[in-house]
Unconditional design. Sequence first.
Length: 477
Amino acid sequence: MDHTAIQSLAWTALVAIGYPVLVVALLELQRMLKPSFAQAASICTLVQLTILPLAAGYILLVPVAGFSPDDDLPKLLLSTLVVATINILLTGIKVAMGSGLVEAEWARRIPTLVLDIIRLVIVLVATAFVASSIWHIDLGAVLTALGVGSVVLGLALQDTLSGLFAGVSLMSGRHFKEGDWIESGEISGRIVKMDWRSVTVLTLDDERLVVIPNSTLAKEAFTILGTSVLPYGQKLKISFAYSTPPARAIEALGKGLDAVPHILPSGRDIDIVAYTDTGIDYEVTFHCATREAGDDALTDYFRKIWYRAQRENLQFAGEANRMFRSRPHPRPSRPKLAAALEASGVFPQAAAGFDRLLDAACVELYDRNERLQSADDAFRRLFLVLDGALAVEQTTAGKTAVVQVVGQGEFFVSRAYLTGAEAELDIRADSETLVLSLQAPDVLEFLNGNPELARRFEQAIDLTDRALGTQALSLDI
């Protein structure tokens, strides 16, 4: 038996024995990796289905069957084997970085697009190597031919390439991501999609999908309004007339912030920024968790400030406001207020001291869901509903429920009103509500002069306490 026959037999034995052994080894490795590293196990499958058959086929063709390495079929198998090997190696690196096996900070900051481009370049270099070394193609002549064509192609694809490199720059910088809020020119909204060509933004005002080319973002300044880790900030200007003391204006602006649920407790600021011809400008800064919450909070805040200004007789600045002040919000006449008090059953007009009580009464207008009384504050005001309705809420075992609705012509009072203790109840306007409020000292002075009405008032408190006790018991259940 000559030397060539012995080599052929040896290669045949190697394929016959080595191929099954390697297949079994890869299957066992795949079984071990699959529970925890499914993507790594898929690489073993790729090696089994591509590398092993291609390598075995090349061995059987050249050393065993005697084909020349320069024949087309062996060169095709070898070319495919080299490209498949490089592809599997790059896929393995990508899987390792994406699955957390590589935990370095620099690895986490590399965008997927950059990895894909690097992978493409490596594959192209490997393809050039295969063409030059295996197929013996003169790459110099090919590059010379491509030189002229690339100039023409570059000019034709100038805008596309500009967008491509701008997209690579933006995504590699990681200035923003999908879900963040940006503003570019007159366009502002939430990013719903981004790729190497453009960024798609969903506007909040009219919910339009606007496509912004990456080349535009690369050339012009843009503002990141909010991210998943950075709260959305709002800064607005409110002006009060000179007749409104700054201390009262700042206090009202601060209470308005407290009344809006979406506004975060941190990052609030109220400053006097300017004295103008019409009044004093105040700058209010607050933050919300998201842009959607920020826009909702802005509307809610303006509403709360308007109602608070009406109740506390704070005057906004401006010509239009002075015209409004000449035509204030309609207030019930004194006879109507007296009739409303008498209709409650506790404050008849014929009683002693009724006129003094009526003079001390305040008429207040509240927005829907605006709070009149908090559970932690001393209960020192009686509320008689002139228009609208009040919701009385009680919190038990972490659950808040409405325990009583006070309608038009009704009033709410509890035992804490007489003692000055904490209310342990929240009272809010169930709709836009107009109330007549009476301070506890004024009511107690009136009742001291009318003992028979004091007993009637005590009965009203007992009925309220029993009703609230029953509701609290049902909440516990």
